[in-house]
Ligand binder design. Structure first.
Ligand code: UDX
Length: 498
């Protein structure tokens, strides 16, 4: 760059000094600076980076779709050919608000493509994001076989240097093993691999927004080159220089994401520590809710007041049926397993898991007390997904509750706005209602299991009229006790006076 500045007599200009200092401050490479001859100015040219994403699940599709959405060239692959066919046809295999628009637009602009040929997909990218599943093994540890499989493919199929990025949630020290595996499997290829960790903190239901507006982006790297490459990849997100599909370009004026560069081990630990702390916080709220019930106190007021302490915060402090989903339960288990392996006492997290596992039985006690006899009773259940705004039922507390009701002989009719298709496969003995009103029809109890906003806005007089006994049991404290009583319902919830 100096050469160019010198040739055009700009080497002493303030403009050139400012750019040079800014680049050095940001440890940015100068390769993406162009000299605009007409304006005798250096201008920054956004780089289109070539990215491969292996694994088209939640993390893979959101990562691939959003990185293409902010300007990069992304090839996404998966070993589930049915899933790729669905994606090729323009449909999504998952329900995730806003993701369909992001993917459709990026495909229309030719920046996102799906490829079944893994080798092609691997060769297409300079950076390869590994986004495959790491499900729990029976002993609670994370199953890393898919990562190992991808390492073998990358090591044998790559024909040029690659930055291999762990995006899947993995226990600490996985990056080291991945690096070793790439070296072993690729020993004859002569290709250079560098490894990095880039944990993802997106939540289902708000995944696109979480990816494009994160609190922080964490990378674990071995060298500056990898840090620079990842920074280029995330530059549009860091500078919010993208057209936002969620806010239609008018993004809230919140702080720009923090950029955290650390070691691979620390980055991996940050992910497990974050999710485990969220789980701990929810179990703490549930534990205090049980105490509030015994004392006739109101957990809503308690967590609101406790959460007002900025050191604690009110988010992720809602009691209820416990935490579920494909992340918190398994990450907690994997973190505990990791600690046991290194001789560290994580009994606190084990307690959080125990508290969480008891939520369904605690709530069943309320249901038995209210119904006296559960067997043979018609019961409506609203909500099957593990949380609202997703069709995901993996490790869903709502599903556990329905299965317990069925096991105790209740005649269960369920409704969920998005998750019923997936639930049909695992709930053979329940009726699937067309609407929430249909689920309430003739029932002697109606249970709120997932706090979909639309349940809050139901016509409760109509529900009252449809039920054979106006009894509501709210496992997510979605509704207001006084309001429900004003509608003439018997109403029970979690940690609040009956
Ligand atoms: C979680 C983490 O939030 C996210 O950062 C990470 O990347 C993936 O795992 P997700 O699994 O989508 O995201 O769900 P989340 O929104 O965290 O909810 C997890 C569970 O906790 C749900 O079952 C939810 O109902 C429950 N929950 C959440 C509570 O019971 N109380 C709360 O206050 C918040």
């Amino acid at each position: 760059m100096f050469g160019l500045a010198f040739r055009f007599g700009l080497e002493n200009s303030d403009h050139y000094r400012k750019i040079r200092n800014r680049n050095h401050a940001r440890s940015e490479s100068c390769c993406n600076l162009k000299l605009d001859l007409k304006r005798k100015k250096f201008i920054y040219v956004e780089q289109t980076l070539k990215i491969s994403v292996i694994g088209a699940g939640y993390v893979g599709l959101v990562t691939g779709g959003c990185l293409a959405g902010v300007g990069h060239e992304v090839v996404c692959t998966d070993n589930d050919l049915e899933k790729l066919k669905t994606l090729e046809s323009g449909r999504l295999p998952i329900y995730e608000p806003g993701l369909d628009v992001v993917i459709a637009e990026a495909r229309k602009e030719g920046r996102l493509s799906f490829r079944a040929n893994m080798a092609d997909a691997i060769r297409a990218g300079d950076a390869i994001f590994i986004c495959v599943g790491t499900p729990p093994l029976p002993n609670g540890s994370a199953d890393l076989s898919a990562i190992d499989h991808v390492a073998r493919l990358v090591a044998t199929e790559a024909r040029s240097p690659k930055l291999v990025v762990e995006k899947s949630t993995v226990p600490a020290q996985t990056g080291q093993e991945l690096k070793r595996a790439l070296g072993v499997y690729g020993r004859n290829s002569g290709v250079k691999f560098s490894v990095a960790s880039n944990p993802e903190f997106l939540r289902e239901g708000t995944a696109v927004e979480d990816f494009l507006h994160p609190d922080r982006i964490v990378i674990g790297v071995e060298d500056d080159a990898a840090a620079r490459q990842l920074r280029e990849i995330y530059r549009p997100v860091l500078e919010r220089s993208f057209h936002c599909p969620i806010h239609a370009g008018k993004c809230p004026d919140t702080a720009l994401p923090a950029w955290l560069v650390t070691t691979i081990n620390s980055a991996e630990l940050i992910k497990h520590a974050s999710n485990s702390f969220l789980a701990l916080k929810i179990s703490y709220a549930n534990m205090v809710a049980d105490q509030a019930e015994r004392l006739g106190a109101d957990i809503d007021e308690v967590v609101r007041a406790v959460g007002m302490d900025a050191r604690i915060g009110t988010s992720f402090f809602r009691p209820g049926l416990g935490f579920g989903g494909f992340c918190l339960p398994k990450d907690l288990q994997a973190f505990v397993h990791l600690a046991e392996g290194s001789g560290v006492d994580f009994s606190m997290l084990k307690e959080a898991e125990k508290i969480n596992k008891k939520r369904i039985e605690n709530f069943m006690v309320k249901i038995r007390r209210a119904l006296w006899v559960v067997k043979g009773k018609p019961v409506g259940v609203l909500g099957l997904a593990f949380k609202p705004n997703t069709d995901d039922i993996r490790f869903s507390p709502s599903i556990d509750l329905v299965q317990q009701l069925v096991a105790e002989g209740a005649r269960v009719r369920v409704f969920d706005p998005e998750a019923m298709e997936r639930a049909k496969a695992i709930l053979p003995d329940v009726e699937f209602a067309k609407t929430a009103y249909d689920a309430a029809e003739g029932s002697e109890a109606l249970i709120i299991a997932t706090e979909w906003e639309q349940f809050h806005n139901l016509d409760w007089n109509r529900i009252h009229g449809a039920m054979s006994r106006p009894l509501i049991l709210d496992g997510r404290n979605l509704l207001s006790p006084s309001e429900m009583k004003s509608h003439g319902f018997e109403y029970y919830s979690v940690g609040r006076p009956d």
